[in-house]
Every structure is written in structure tokens, then in C-alpha cells.
Ligand binder design. Structure first.
Ligand SMILES: [Zn+2]
Ligand SMILES: [Zn+2]
Length: 396
């Protein structure tokens, strides 16, 4: 065990000794029992980046790692920091039971975090508003949101990478030019000769180099939530990252990373590759570009393990789990929502009914016959008196 404070540290109230809790809107530690406010001494040292290559070669000092006990979820695989004071706890991601007899494991200490600035009440309001604007969500789900249920404040693990890259490429540049030629086209008055401009592409072989410095490429360090969920919570104000201090975690939970540093980097690298390819296309210029070979050298690569604040609500509806996440800094909401089959069916039925009324009016007025003569889209062999009903494509 390291001597540095562990993440399940408790901060006793200076006045009554009860556990303090970090208060997002006041940015202090507050006692729930006597309301005493305890100031946080903010560490204003710059956040240190670590060298990636030394880290994967296991050459980091003990001060950079820590051992903590985590609780694991057997249904979704999430690993959350185990708080012995919270027994019989549910998984914050899927509401399943947590297994607590997991051996302690050693991992990299977080370097920085963004503290919560959105309170639980504000997160609930964001969620209610988000669900309220989704008409197809079932009523039970909206009831759930209105029922003022607890949301879990969770610090989610992320990796950020900085890298200096130099790439060489070989490819082709395509420039559009036009040729004119005479063609024969069919018109109402028979075939006619016409001048036509035809686009062609001239390809030239090119090669070159591009250089790019990447700063804070963010990668999620967990698989507990679908990636598109958490990706959608962006942007994060990473320039406001504070050095890691366990005071900010008082009353909240932290998730341990389950995507390790190496895996995190390969994802960051894939993101960087996309940007480099864009740079290469820009460097090639012309109207079209083809990249045949690309070789990127990563110079200095550094990283940070950081924690970002997310409010989360997990809930079971018809034996499926639905989750909602709220960005703890901006209040942005993402979630899975079941569609009410009944509401969709009613909407389709109403739509069909409206069309039936529309066509029977046309039919009665004789306009329909006119449409048939015009070669419209009305079936020709319709028995008289039966209004046709059309369904939207998605219904077939
Ligand atoms: Zn107190
Ligand atoms: Zn779970």
C-alpha cells in the first residue's frame, strides 16, 4: 500500500466529526449534519504529464501507482472503487449487484480531475427536461424521472495523450479538367447533335511530409458504458483540469480504469491517424486525393490519467437496463430510451387515418380520377367507394 491518500479517504468534519461531502456549487466540503463548511486547499502545481514509453515498460516510480480495492459488477464488468461504508451497493451502471471480494489491484494514480460543478438536483432537472422533450418515451419512464430518484455521482476514468508526430506519405493528386465533345441526344423532335463538357481527372504522383503536435487526445478508460454515450458527452473543458485531490471525491465514487494504458493509446492513435490523413489530403491539394502509403513516427508521447465527472441513473424497465448520463460540468444528457410501442402504433394509425380521410375527400370530388389519368401513384384497380390507405415506407 502506498502512503499517499487512497480514494476511499474520509474527511471528518472539523466541528462534529461526521463525513464531509464535496459540494459542487460551493466548491467546498460540507457536513450534512451540522452544515459546517470546510475549505479545500487547492494544489496549484501544474499537472505533470508522464512518459508513455517508460510507463508501458513498467519503469514508473511507486509514487505514480496505487493499490485500491474495487468492487466488480458481474453483469456489466464495471469496476468501481469499493467504499466499505457503502454495503449492499448496486452497480451504478446497470443496477446489478456488486461483488466486493475482489483482490486489491495496483494501477496508475489519477493525475488530474475536473470536479463536479453540476449538482445532483441540476442533473435531475437536465434529465427531466431531456425526457420531457422525447415524446415517444413511455409514460412510465417519464414517471421514473419525475419520481426524484437518486443519481450517482461518478468520476469516470479517462486517458489523455500528447504526441509529436511526423509522417511521410506517397499518394496521388487528382486535378479535374474538362474536355468538350459532340454528342447525340434524343429530343421531342428527334435526335440532335450537342456540345457537351465532360469532366476528367488528371492524376499525378506526389509525396511529402506533414507534422502535427497533438494535445490532450481524450480516450475513455472504461467499458461500462457504450462508447458513443460518453463520446457524446464531449466537449470537456480539459484546460480547467485540477491536480488530483481526493477531497473532490468525498461523497462521490470513482470508477477504476478497465481499458489499460496500452489499449488506450492504440485508440488515441487511431484518432490521431484520422487527423493525420486529413492533414495529408490537405497537403496533397487538388480536387481529389489518394493516399497510397503513410508512415507516422511518434516522437515524444506523454499521457495523463484523469477523472471526469458524470451523473448517472440506471434503471430497469421490462427486464432491460436503461442508462442516462449527465455531464457533471455542462449538464448535457445522453441516454438510452425505450420507445413506447403503443405511442408509435397510435401515431402510425393516426397518420393512416388522416391519409384515408384525405383520399376519400379527393375520391368524392373526382380529383382522384384526374390523378389516375395523370399516371399518378394511385393503384388503378381500386374498387369504387373504398378509400385507399397508404402507409409510410417504414411501416411495410
Ligand atoms: Zn459537522
Ligand atoms: Zn453493472
Amino acid at each position: 500500500m502506498t502512503s499517499s491518500p487512497s480514494r476511499t479517504d474520509h474527511f471528518p468534519c472539523a466541528q462534529c466529526g461526521a463525513d464531509l461531502r464535496y459540494e459542487p456549487d460551493k466548491e467546498v466540503l460540507v457536513c450534512e449534519y451540522c452544515s459546517h463548511e470546510n475549505h479545500i486547499d487547492i494544489d496549484d502545481a501544474p499537472i505533470q504529464e508522464l512518459d508513455f514509453r517508460s510507463a508501458i515498460a513498467n519503469q514508473l516510480s511507486d509514487a505514480q501507482t496505487e493499490t485500491t480495492t474495487v468492487a466488480k459488477c458481474s453483469s456489466c464488468g464495471a469496476a468501481v472503487e469499493f467504499d466499505p461504508n457503502l454495503h449492499a451497493d448496486d452497480c451504478p451502471f446497470c443496477a446489478g449487484p456488486l461483488i466486493t471480494d475482489v483482490p486489491a489491484h495496483r494501477h496508475l494514480r489519477p493525475k488530474g480531475l475536473l470536479p463536479f460543478t453540476i449538482t445532483e438536483d441540476e442533473a435531475k432537472d437536465s434529465l427531466k427536461h431531456w425526457l420531457g422533450s422525447r415524446w415517444f418515451a413511455p409514460g412510465e419512464l417519464k414517471k421514473y424521472a419525475r419520481a426524484d430518484r437518486k443519481m450517482n455521482g461518478l468520476y469516470t476514468p479517462y486517458w489523455t495523450f500528447d504526441a509529436d508526430t511526423q509522417s511521410t506519405y506517397h499518394g496521388q493528386r487528382g486535378d479535374v479538367y474538362y474536355v468538350e465533345r459532340m454528342v447525340t441526344v434524343m429530343t421531342d423532335k428527334g435526335p440532335r447533335r450537342q456540345r457537351q463538357r465532360i469532366p476528367k481527372i488528371r492524376w499525378t504522383r506526389v509525396s511529402g511530409r506533414v507534422r502535427r503536435w497533438f494535445d490532450d487526445v481524450l480516450v475513455l478508460g472504461s467499458k461500462a458504458l457504450p462508447k458513443h454515450f460518453t463520446d457524446d458527452l464531449a466537449p470537456w473543458d480539459l484546460h480547467a483540469l485540477l491536480p488530483y485531490q481526493s477531497e473532490y471525491l468525498a461523497g462521490f465514487r470513482a470508477e477504476a480504469y478497465t481499458i489499460d494504458l496500452r489499449e488506450g493509446f492504440s485508440e488515441a492513435r487511431a484518432n490521431m491517424d484520422l487527423t493525420i490523413r486529413r492533414d495529408v489530403r490537405f497537403d496533397i491539394g487538388g480536387d481529389q486525393q489518394q493516399v497510397d502509403a503513410l508512415d507516422t513516427k511518434f516522437g515524444e508521447v506523454t499521457f495523463k490519467h484523469v477523472l471526469l465527472p458524470i451523473w448517472i441513473a440506471a434503471y430497469r424497465y421490462r427486464s432491460k437496463t436503461y442508462r442516462f448520463v449527465v455531464n457533471g460540468r455542462t449538464g448535457k444528457v445522453r441516454g438510452e430510451r425505450p420507445y413506447s410501442r403503443w405511442k408509435i402504433f397510435a401515431a402510425v394509425l393516426l397518420g393512416a387515418l388522416a391519409m384515408a380521410v384525405f383520399f376519400s375527400v379527393l375520391y368524392g370530388s373526382g380529383a382522384l380520377d384526374q390523378m389516375m389519368y395523370d399516371g399518378g401513384f394511385i393503384p388503378q384497380n381500386l374498387p369504387r367507394g373504398v378509400p385507399p390507405v397508404f402507409f409510410p415506407d417504414s411501416f411495410r
